[in-house]
Design a protein. Structure first.
Lengths: 188, 188
């Protein structure tokens, strides 16, 4: 008997982010999120397991995009370039969803528990990327190290992006952060 | 009125690790740890806030050693070499405490919640190292990137150490992992 609810998921996401920013994540209830979105609590739970999942439901897509970018690169592309390409593809996705990504970042920055969850998500991404690099034939310590380094590059670029001027390009920041890393770890 | 309890802290640590390995972290109580160590519960709580802290109380010393190694390096030492030196100093500490470090690692590997805590501890180390590098005059994206890379190097070396032959030298594994990272991030 459910009504057709156009873009219920997006409306719930939008409503949740607004409320988390207005009154804090901890003090926001699912009832309030559903009400703000003009939907029922039941509809909320059709889309998300709980109010935290609104912030982390995108992790799977992020991982697929990152791993897909590495796996799908033509064999002629050198391994680190395949990773850089995958990171730039993530950057484009983030840029396109700027209106959700930036408030989400503000919500997470304001809450230590969410920051821990974000950290765990990033470790999961590094692990997925390590596995992808192994499948591309990169040997083991190198696969893990370059995956961890790639995630660090992306995080640093992301932080520069959120704290920098409005029109900065995340993909360029990823590229320049990778160059910075190369310089920083070079044998001086 | 407390009796003199020689090396109470070390005995509690030892007893806790034994019990965590024998019956699992979750199923072990502070009462059991104290009893195994031949000490009282009250003595336990003079040394540790809870049973998890037995595993993480060393984080402060680890951080001081790492940061100290970077800060104290002579100005003539290039930044990445200062970090490598600090990591090798950590490696020596780990090697000397092998009898605690290895069982601790087995306990943490068996418990997802402890793994998350360990991840958060590593992120704290990366942050402390970033701050130390800034104080050494390294500019910002490079400070953060090289600190994250250094922690990744240490973690990978540590994993090779715990899963490798009995007599492997952690300091050499740190050094070779750093070389691997340099190769892995190089512009192919």
């Amino acid at each position: 008997m459910s009504r057709w609810e156009p873009n219920a998921r997006g409306r719930l996401e939008q409503a949740a982010l607004e409320l988390y920013l207005e009154q804090g994540f901890d003090r926001t209830t699912v009832v309030e999120i559903a009400a703000r979105a003009g939907l029922t609590e039941r509809t909320f739970f059709r889309h998300f397991a709980d109010k935290r999942e609104v912030l982390f439901a995108g992790a799977g897509e992020l991982r697929e995009r990152l791993v897909g970018g590495v796996i799908d690169a033509p064999p002629s592309v050198p391994p680190m370039e395949a990773v850089a390409g995958a990171l730039e593809s993530l950057a484009q996705m983030f840029h396109a969803r700027r209106d959700l990504v930036l408030p989400r970042h503000r919500v997470i920055s304001a809450n230590p528990e969410l920051q821990e969850r974000e950290l765990i998500k990033m470790a999961g991404l590094a692990q997925a990327l390590t596995d992808a690099r192994r499948r591309r034939g990169v040997a083991d310590p190198a696969a893990r190290l370059s995956a961890e380094a790639a995630i660090a590059v992306f995080r640093v670029a992301f932080e520069r992006w959120v704290s920098g001027p409005e029109r900065a390009d995340l993909a360029s920041l990823v590229r320049s952060s990778l160059e910075e890393l190369r310089g920083a770890v070079a044998a001086d």
